[in-house]
Design a protein around this ligand. Structure first.
Ligand SMILES: [Zn+2]
Length: 185
């Protein structure tokens, strides 16, 4: 498994629509494995293909030791409301409150290409909505008020300083430093 570079805010690919896969191939399964590896090193709980510079409609999630690799995920039902703080591996160290559905039903293919349905509440439901948004070029900061979004982007630019690179390179797992938060998606 190879850790992949994570694309960060300003990278145009984060705003692109992904492509539906007609089948799940070994190449896709390798991408899924690399995405899990990248997400674990970055200590995230979710990661979408656009975040690693790819346009396949694939995302991975690992919450409370339950792992999901989802191909062509689609929200088929949603209800309720929850508000909570979100972060994103593509906008590190920036957080904002986002209101989302409390409960969603998601249909997707698993890594073997088998259709699955996930009935998710709370954090898993939030994570699914965040990742599926990525697969349609949407970021969590899009949900913030103009004022909060502007402040978040300003903070991000300040934290970055002169660094204008569009990717973060993940260190190999052994040397990965531990962050005090692991809620970025
Ligand atoms: Zn994200």
């Amino acid at each position: 498994m190879t850790p992949l570079d994570i694309y960060v805010l300003d990278a145009p690919i984060l705003r692109q629509e992904t492509t539906v896969l007609s089948e799940v191939t070994d190449a896709h399964r390798r991408l899924i494995d690399d995405m899990f590896e990248t997400m674990h090193i970055a200590r995230g709980i979710g990661l979408a293909a656009t975040q690693v510079g790819r346009l396949e409609r694939i995302c991975v999630i690992d919450i409370d030791k339950v792992k999901y690799a989802l191909v062509n995920p689609e929200i088929v039902a949603s209800d309720g409301e929850q508000s909570g703080e979100e972060g994103c591996l593509s906008i590190p160290e920036i957080y904002g409150d986002v209101t989302r559905a409390k409960h969603v039903v998601v249909r997707a293919l698993d890594r073997s290409g088998k259709p699955i349905e996930i009935d998710a509440h709370d954090l898993l439901a939030r994570c699914l909505q965040h990742e599926i948004d990525h697969l349609h070029g949407r970021l969590f900061i899009d949900y913030l008020s103009l004022l909060k979004r502007t402040a978040a982007i300003k903070k991000w630019r300040k934290l970055r300083g002169k660094d204008k690179s569009l990717t973060r390179t993940m260190p190999p797992r052994e040397t990965a430093e531990h962050h005090d938060r692991d809620e970025e998606l």
